[in-house]
Write a protein of this length. Structure first.
Length: 118
């Protein structure tokens, strides 16, 4: 038995199922959802020019708990101190809820934003 969901604000939520390579494929999948589940389905064109607007903008970013190895084009970067791997901050884009793990090196006495080009 399902638990009753309490929604005192009477918020409404939209379910987005996916992106398809062409309109014909989207129509086929929409028909399947209508037949199989009785859903009302709308097909809207993807606005590709708006995708990831503001992605990794400094105003949307914050440091979160975690430490990883700093990578440069996929290669581990070593510090000058006895061949130790350079560590990196975990930085979260709070708008898109994406965490960057290997891109922000930890530099003593320097904030993670210092080298950020934004």
């Amino acid at each position: 038995m399902r638990e009753k969901i309490i929604n005192p604000e009477n918020n409404r939520f939209r379910l987005i199922t996916g992106t398809f390579p062409d309109k014909e494929t989207a129509e086929i999948m929409a028909e399947e959802l209508k037949i199989r589940y009785g859903w009302i389905v709308y097909i809207i064109p993807e606005q590709s020019e708006n995708r990831f607007v503001g992605f990794m903008d400094l105003k949307n970013m914050k440091q979160v708990d975690g430490i990883a190895s700093y990578l440069d084009d996929g290669d581990v970067v070593f510090s000058d101190e006895g061949g130790k791997q350079q560590k990196a901050h975990f930085i979260q884009d709070t708008y898109y809820n994406v965490i960057s793990v290997h891109d922000f090196p930890m530099i003593p006495n320097q904030d993670w934003t210092h080298l950020y080009p934004a």
